[in-house]
Design a protein around this ligand. Structure first.
Ligand SMILES: [Zn+2]
Length: 344
């Protein structure tokens, strides 16, 4: 979801988290690699005070109550997920990180990762973490274009994302964003931009700035692509639910890819399968990439993988494209990196 409900709850007591045993490199073959294009290094408080959870694939969105602020309704929904088997988030930042890294190692996942705790994830996750430069806040707080360029020149960041202008009610076409786009295009660094869903009703959260429904459209990116035709862009959340707009953009602009973050686990499975089937049957199976949008519920990652693996309308080749090959092409991974991910 990108913009996060940063509650100023500071957790001082770090619970010890037992690491589950990883695969034995000498005896277990490495599973086929997966690239998660939409992973976050975020605090345990990302979706409200812990413990909170989510019902993957079983969306029962909360009911509006005119007598209560919407944020209260939302937080109560997250604290009491309406299903028998929710995925609960760990209570500490350390717990969220360790559970996330355990899944990445065991399933051989490489995550394009952004968020305030990124450096901890890099330090502990090694090459399972592909660093992405996150830009939060309003334009006044953004780095100058010169300092942005110097940051990218360090080579630390492979992607610029997740960019959540939609949460500010700002289109990617906004003049404040233009200098950054020029630099990305020149340096060949891909842009990952939130175009699609945030938390339900987020336009009515305090300080959300107007995350409007009409801005879920993939068409939002079109003026940017026309001005910067060499820029590689992926739409984080795939512009759901505006499938026609997404297909029109895919057709008109081969530079554009999309990931399935959040919609892959927060929507009913039938709906995400319907959306993905439309993308694939229209001929764009090589432009859609796996993404979880794991924030503080690491258990959703494997649920999300299963959504792809269980899709009976996909061939094995299409599944591998979505889980790995499309992202490897988009990120322009070297032959050596691809071989290493495959354990060769
Ligand atoms: Zn997002």
């Amino acid at each position: 979801m990108g913009k996060h409900i940063m509650l100023s709850l500071i957790i001082l007591a770090f619970a010890g988290v037992a690491l589950a045993g990883g695969p034995d490199r000498d005896t277990d073959p490495k599973p086929l690699p997966i690239i998660d294009m939409h992973l976050h290094a975020n605090p345990a408080t990302n979706n409200g005070p812990p413990p909170n959870g989510i019902c993957p694939g079983n969306a029962q969105f909360p009911d509006f109550d005119p007598d209560r602020p919407w944020i209260e309704v939302f937080l109560n929904w997250a604290a009491n997920p309406p299903c028998d088997d929710p995925v609960w988030g760990p209570e500490t930042n350390e717990g969220v990180m360790q559970e996330t890294l355990e899944v990445l190692r065991r399933r051989n996942i490489y995550g394009v990762t952004s968020g305030p705790l990124l450096d901890d994830y890099i330090e502990n996750g090694g090459d399972h973490i592909i660093p992405s430069l996150w830009l939060g806040g309003h334009p006044e707080s953004w780095p100058s274009p010169d300092s942005f360029r110097s940051t990218l020149e360090t080579g630390k960041y492979k992607v610029f994302g997740e960019i959540g202008l939609q949460y500010l009610g700002m289109s990617p076409d906004h003049p404040s964003f233009e200098p950054y786009l020029e630099i990305l295009e020149e340096m060949g660094i891909p842009l990952g931009i939130h175009i699609g869903t945030g938390p339900p009703g987020v336009s009515h959260f305090p300080g959300s700035g107007g995350h409007l429904a009409r801005m879920h459209s993939a068409l939002e990116i079109e003026p940017v692509i026309m001005r910067h035709p060499r820029l590689q862009v992926y739409l984080m959340h795939a512009g759901w639910p505006m499938i026609d707009d997404l297909l029109a953009v895919f057709y008109a602009h081969p530079q554009v890819y999309a990931d399935l973050g959040i919609i892959i686990f927060a929507l009913p499975k039938a709906e995400i399968h319907y959306y993905l089937r439309r993308i694939v049957q229209a001929g764009f199976g090589r432009r859609v990439m796996f993404g979880s949008d794991q924030m503080n519920w690491p258990g959703v990652i494997e649920y999300a993988i299963d959504v792809i693996e269980s899709a009976d309308f996909l061939t094995e080749t299409q599944k591998r494209d979505i889980l790995y090959n499309n992202a490897a092409r988009f990120l322009r991974l070297s032959e050596e990196e691809i071989a290493r991910h495959h354990g060769r």
